[in-house]
Design a protein around this ligand. Sequence first.
Ligand code: ATP
Ligand code: MG
Length: 415
Amino acid sequence: MVAEIISVGTELLLGQIVDTNAVYLSQWLAKLGIDLFRRTTVGDNRQRIAQAVREGLERADLILTTGGLGPTPDDVTAAGVADAFGVPLTRHPEAERWLMALLQGRGIAPSPTLLKQADLPKGADWLPNPVGTAPGIWMERDGKTVVAMPGVPAEMEAMFEREVVPRLQRRLSGQVLRWRVFRFVGIGESALTDRLGELMESANPTLGTLVKPGEVWLRVAAKASSEAEAEALLDSMEGQIRRRVGEWLLAVGDEPIEVLVGQRLRELGWAIATAESITGGLICTLLTEVPGSSEYVRGGIVAYTEATKMSLLSVPWDLLQKHGAVSAECARWMASHVRARLKAQVGVATTGYAGPTGGEPDKPIGTVFIAVSTPAKTVVERYQLRGTRRQIRERAAHLALVQVLRSLREGATGG
Ligand code: ATP
Ligand code: MG
């Protein structure tokens, strides 16, 4: 199966937004084993959308579009797709019913403008939108398929994963593809693949590695005629992976690290508190982006200056004199103090030099100390990060969460 992606939106052409939808879909197509040979961007223009779809259909079996499905006059993707197939737009009764119920549930009057979203190319199937109001479009003709999805990334992703992926999998020679991501820390990519040995050559499931900040990911994908069969293949491969490299396994799953940390804290019934200097609150921001995080996030202290470190975190003056604020000693103090002060089981602290100026000869820009304190122990790691000020701060926040997750895993195994 060969696919193309068409991103619809004048904002994209003007450079006002970045086409993250196309990146997301590209990654998914690769995972699904569908070849992607071309990506196109067009503005919110009915003729040009129709033309792009028509041209795409000459080359590919599957066209995925995002954007322009909303209720406003500049949302013309449905009309463009209809034109490409030479069919009119007609109100889809089932989509309309779904939309009416949705609007009613939200206490919104079903205006003609909003209901226009249920006007789909004649002969098309509709796709429920798990997050928003614009239904998606699934249009098949002569063995070729056009799928139109909304532009808002959360809507597009939810619709793609829930509605489109299962249909595509069934289409792909009746086989389903399931995968599992194994995340490792403390072991490099080559050492990991060495230890996995001939497993890396496995044809089904297939194994592939991906280097991520502070982690190495191993993606294992299995193909089978049913989901249960594919899952069984994954289970058996998981057993072999755990036997060979289980000691470095951080987590299973490709959720954002803050979600995994949250899950683990919940399992343990623990709470976390942050004491942030270089990350300026980013760790706490990430943690609290997860719905329901109030159950396990106690809060955080952003202590940016030495004076604030002393006043809010009781960092002793002589510790700062002797080791400096950017030091393992200071990070250790911050983590264990915030843990006690906010009555949490886990404290995490960061201190470092984000640049672009500053640093010391033996602690250049990018030096970051991250401490994680649990009832069992406090562990401090030193990192040397590269990049812009913003990248260094974001990487430090991510690494801090990796380190937290590692401590939580060790906390549970007593390691
Ligand atoms: P709406 O119902 O909100 O109008 P829509 O399906 O019509 O949704 P658009 O109007 O094209 O989608 O885009 C809505 C918003 O979604 C854009 O303002 C932008 O923030 C985001 N967006 C659209 N396309 C993309 C894209 N390709 N990548 C990332 N974000 C996008
Ligand atoms: Mg729109």
